[in-house]
Ligand binder design. Structure first.
Ligand code: COA
Length: 258
């Protein structure tokens, strides 16, 4: 099995658990972490003995608190667009279109790219204290890893726009009501619940499971114009003074002045 710097891998029968482990940075997705995730998911999908994947974060504070904001500083529009395109292709679409079920076990904050990671998974289970949101507008950005598309598909235009335009977080209870989450459980139950769901699927015909994922996904994607628009708008934000102010404010631990 491959080894990773920012991930932990654990197999339990047919199920592989992939844990994003950058706890000191609330498991934020640096470029290096995204590359490892792409490799780890690709490896799990290529391993015949694995039939399902649990994706979670280390510790009890955060699932993933977003893309690594420190790495955004100084990027121009072109680089911003490339970042979104590359991440979507290598990680988020890989998960969305995986031929094996992937469950996000949300153990705390799922923000920005962290919520987008969970949204790309097929099923989401969270702990009662989890908080979910797309706070990119506070940084002078929009979501760039499919969040504008996948959140809208799950909750509808009105609720998606309220969450994306305010950047406010919702509680696990609200997210369950909205249909973002499939289940909310106590912290001690999280991994067991995620595995229990997968165990039920791994006992079924894997050919049928794979076909069903493909068919459900196909119903959501009459074209990829939405994802393209998101990537372009995300890139455009990088060239603005609001973006410079938003990122500087986060790094200086102060409120942005737009
Ligand atoms: N990128 C880079 N670093 C991040 C990060 C991110 N998305 N989220 C958290 N961190 C880092 C913090 O900078 C801090 O690092 P430091 O200890 O070296 O200063 C560490 O993780 C702990 O976070 P901190 O902000 O001190 O914790 P908190 O409990 O005060 O707040 C959050 C928790 C989640 C509310 C806050 O970290 C936050 O707002 N994070 C950014 C969320 C976001 O905007 N994500 C979208 C990115 S596109």
């Amino acid at each position: 099995m491959m080894t990773y710097q920012h991930l932990l891998i654990h197999d339990n029968g047919y199920i592989r658990r992939i844990t994003v482990a950058r706890e000191a940075k609330l498991n934020a997705l640096s470029k290096a972490t995204l590359t490892e995730l792409s490799n780890a998911i690709g490896d799990a999908l290529a391993t015949a003995a694995i039939r399902g994947i649990v994706l979670t974060g280390a510790g009890d504070k955060a699932f993933v608190a977003g893309a690594d904001i420190a790495e955004f500083a100084g990027l121009n529009s072109e680089e911003g667009r490339a970042l979104a395109q590359d991440g979507q292709t290598r990680v988020f679409n890989l998960i969305h279109h995986a031929n094996k079920p992937i469950v996000a076990a949300i153990n705390g904050y799922a923000l920005g790219g962290g919520l987008e990671l969970a949204l790309a998974c097929h099923i989401r289970v969270a702990v009662t204290h989890a908080k979910l949101g797309l706070p990119e507008v506070s940084l002078g950005l929009i979501p760039g890893y499919g969040g504008t598309q996948r959140l809208t598909q799950l909750v509808g235009r009105g609720r998606a726009l309220e969450m994306i335009l305010t950047g406010d977080m919702v509680t696990a209870k609200q997210a369950l009501e909205y249909g973002i989450l499939n289940h909310v459980v106590e912290s001690t139950e999280l991994l067991a619940k995620a595995e229990e769901i997968l165990h039920r699927m791994t006992a079924r015909s894997q050919t049928a499971v794979e076909g069903a994922i493909r068919a459900v996904n196909a119903s959501l994607e009459p074209n990829d114009q939405g994802f393209k628009t998101e990537i372009n708008e995300f890139g455009r934000c990088f060239g603005t003074s609001d973006f410079s102010e938003g990122v500087a404010a986060f790094l200086e631990k102060r409120k942005p002045n737009f």
